[in-house]
Design a protein around this ligand. Structure first.
Ligand code: BGC
Length: 454
C-alpha cells in the first residue's frame, strides 16, 4: 500500500472503439467518418483500416479476462455512436447497444470499474453528411444519443465522459485535416470547437436530469514551455499556443469564457459568438480527465498555423516513436495546474503512454519493452508527486491496453502494454504489462523501486 495513492484509486487501461473493435458494420451498425477516411487513399499510413483492428468486437470476453489477469481495477473504453444509432439519431439498434451491455457486465463480473466515453472521434457518417460538428443541431443529436446510453447503462457505469479530446477533433479533423473528416479550414475548426462544447454541455445537462453517477470531460493538455533565452515574441507565441490547445475547452466549460488570445489566434476566422451562448457553455462537471503525453518547448514562428509558433527540439531529450519528448515533470505540473485553475475537481489521468519500437519476442516468447516500463514508472511517480502536493487524482489509465490502430499512423505505432500480432490476433503481455500488474497488486507501493519483472 502506498499512502500517496488513496484507497479506491483506480488502476486502469484505456482504449477506443475504432482503434480496437473491428467489425465496424457488424450487426446493423452504421458507418462512421473513419470508415470513409480510412478508405480515402493516402489518409492512413500503409492503407490500414479499422476493419479488423484487434478484433475486439468478437474477442471481448477474452480481452476482459486479460484485464482481470493483469489486476486492472478500471477500464476506459469508448462507445461507437453508429453501433447504437446507425443513422446517428432516430432508431436504436439493440444489437449494437447489446455489445456495450455485455462488455459492461463482463467488466463488472471481473471486478473492473467501467469508464465509458461517449465520443472518441467516430462520428456516424450519416451525421457528417448533414454537416457533422459544424451543424448547430449536433448538440441535440449528441444529447439524444447520450440519453440512450444513460438509460441502458447508468445502472452499471459509475464514470462517464462526454467527448475525448475535443481539441484534437477540431484541430486534426477541421484545421489540419490529418484526422477524419479531413477538412482544412480555420473557421470550421473554431465552429467545430464551439459545437463540441455545446454538445458536451447538452449531454451533461441531460445527465443531471436522469443520471445517478458522475460525468466529466476528457482533454489533452500539452504544457508550452520556453527555451532559455526566449524573447518577448516567444513568450507571446507560447501564450497563444497554450490558449489554443490547453484552455480553449476547459475555460468555456468551467469558467464560462473563451481565452482572449483566441481572437488573435483565429483572426478573421474567429466567429463572434453571442455572449449568452458562450456563458451557456459553462456546465459543472463531476470530474476532469487528463490525457497527458508530452510537453512542447515553443518559439515564435511567423509560418506557424494557426498559432505563429513552432516546437523546438530539445537537445538530449528522449523521444518516443511519435516524436514526443519524455517529460514526466509536466504531468505533475499539469495536474496541479488543473487542480488550481478549475476549482479542485477530482482528476483522472485518462490516458498516458508511449509508442516505442518493441524488440522482437525473446526466445521464450516474452516481449521486453524497457522504455515503456521507464515511461510508465516515471509518469506514475509524477502522479504520486501531484497527489502529495494536493491534487485530487482518483485514477490512472495507461494508454493503451492493446497495440491498436494509431489513427493516421495505422498499425505501425504500438502503444500497447499488451502486444497484438495482427496476423493471428494473439495477445502477449509485454514486460510493461507485467510491471504494471505488480504495481497494481501493491497499490502503487515501491513505485520507484519496483524492478522490471524477470
Ligand atoms: C487519443 C488516442 C491516441 C493517443 C496516442 C490520444 O490523443 O485519445 O486515441 O491513440 O492519443 O496518439
Amino acid at each position: 500500500m502506498n499512502p500517496a495513492f488513496p484507497p479506491g484509486f483506480l488502476w486502469g487501461c484505456a482504449t477506443s472503439a475504432y482503434q480496437i473493435e473491428g467489425s465496424p458494420l457488424a450487426d446493423g451498425a452504421g458507418p462512421s467518418i473513419w470508415q470513409r477516411f480510412a478508405r480515402t487513399p493516402g489518409r492512413i499510413a500503409g492503407g490500414d483500416t479499422g476493419d479488423v483492428a484487434c478484433d475486439h468486437y468478437r474477442r471481448m470476453p477474452g480481452d476482459v479476462a486479460l484485464m482481470k489477469a493483469l489486476g486492472l481495477t478500471a477500464y476506459r473504453f469508448s462507445i461507437n455512436w453508429g453501433r447504437v444509432l446507425p443513422e446517428g439519431r432516430g432508431t436504436v439498434n439493440p444489437a449494437g447497444l447489446g455489445f456495450y451491455e455485455r462488455l459492461v457486465d463482463e467488466l463488472l463480473a471481473a471486478g473492473i470499474t467501467p469508464m465509458a466515453t461517449l465520443y472518441h472521434w467516430d462520428l456516424p457518417q450519416a451525421l457528417d453528411d448533414r454537416g457533422g460538428w459544424l451543424n448547430p443541431d449536433i448538440a441535440h443529436w449528441f444529447a439524444d444519443y447520450a440519453q440512450v446510453l444513460y438509460r441502458a447503462l447508468d445502472d452499471r457505469v459509475p464514470l462517464w465522459s462526454t467527448i475525448n479530446e475535443p481539441w484534437v477533433v477540431a484541430d486534426g479533423g477541421y484545421m489540419h485535416g490529418v484526422l477524419a473528416p479531413g477538412h482544412r479550414c480555420a473557421h470550421e475548426a473554431a465552429v467545430a470547437a464551439h459545437r463540441q462544447l455545446q454538445a458536451h454541455a447538452a449531454a451533461v445537462r441531460a445527465y443531471r436530469a436522469m443520471g445517478k453517477h458522475r460525468i466529466g470531460l476528457v482533454v489533452n493538455i500539452e504544457p508550452k514551455h520556453l527555451a532559455p533565452g526566449a524573447t518577448e515574441a516567444d513568450r507571446h507565441a507560447a501564450a497563444l499556443a497554450d490558449a489554443y490547445m490547453n484552455r480553449q475547452y476547459l475555460d468555456p466549460t468551467l469558467l464560462g469564457r473563451y481565452p482572449d488570445e483566441l481572437r488573435e489566434v483565429f483572426g478573421a476566422n474567429w466567429p463572434d459568438w453571442p455572449e449568452a451562448e458562450v456563458e451557456a457553455l459553462k456546465t459543472p462537471v463531476d470530474w476532469l480527465g487528463l490525457n497527458y503525453y508530452t510537453r512542447a518547448v515553443v518559439q515564435a514562428d511567423p509560418a506557424g498555423w494557426p498559432v505563429k509558433a513552432a516546437p523546438v527540439r530539445q537537445p538530449g531529450a528522449i523521444t518516443t516513436e511519435t516524436g514526443w519528448e519524455l517529460h514526466p515533470q509536466s504531468l505533475t505540473d499539469t495536474l496541479l495546474w488543473m487542480h488550481q485553475r478549475y476549482g479542485g475537481l477530482p482528476l483522472y489521468v485518462t490516458e498516458n503512454g508511449a509508442a516505442f519500437y518493441d524488440p522482437p519476442h525473446t526466445i521464450d516468447g516474452r516481449i521486453d519493452d524497457p522504455l515503456r516500463v521507464h515511461y510508465l514508472r516515471t509518469h506514475l511517480a509524477a502522479v504520486q508527486a501531484a497527489l502529495t502536493q494536493g491534487a485530487d487524482v482518483r485514477g490512472y489509465c495507461a494508454w493503451s491496453l492493446l497495440d491498436n490502430l494509431e489513427w493516421a499512423h495505422g498499425f505501425a505505432k504500438r502503444f500497447g502494454l499488451v502486444h497484438v500480432d495482427f496476423q493471428t490476433q494473439q495477445r502477449t503481455p509485454k514486460a510493461s504489462a507485467r510491471w504494471y500488474a505488480q504495481l497494481i497488486a501493491r497499490h502503487g507501493a515501491g513505485l520507484d523501486g519496483v524492478p522490471p519483472p524477470a
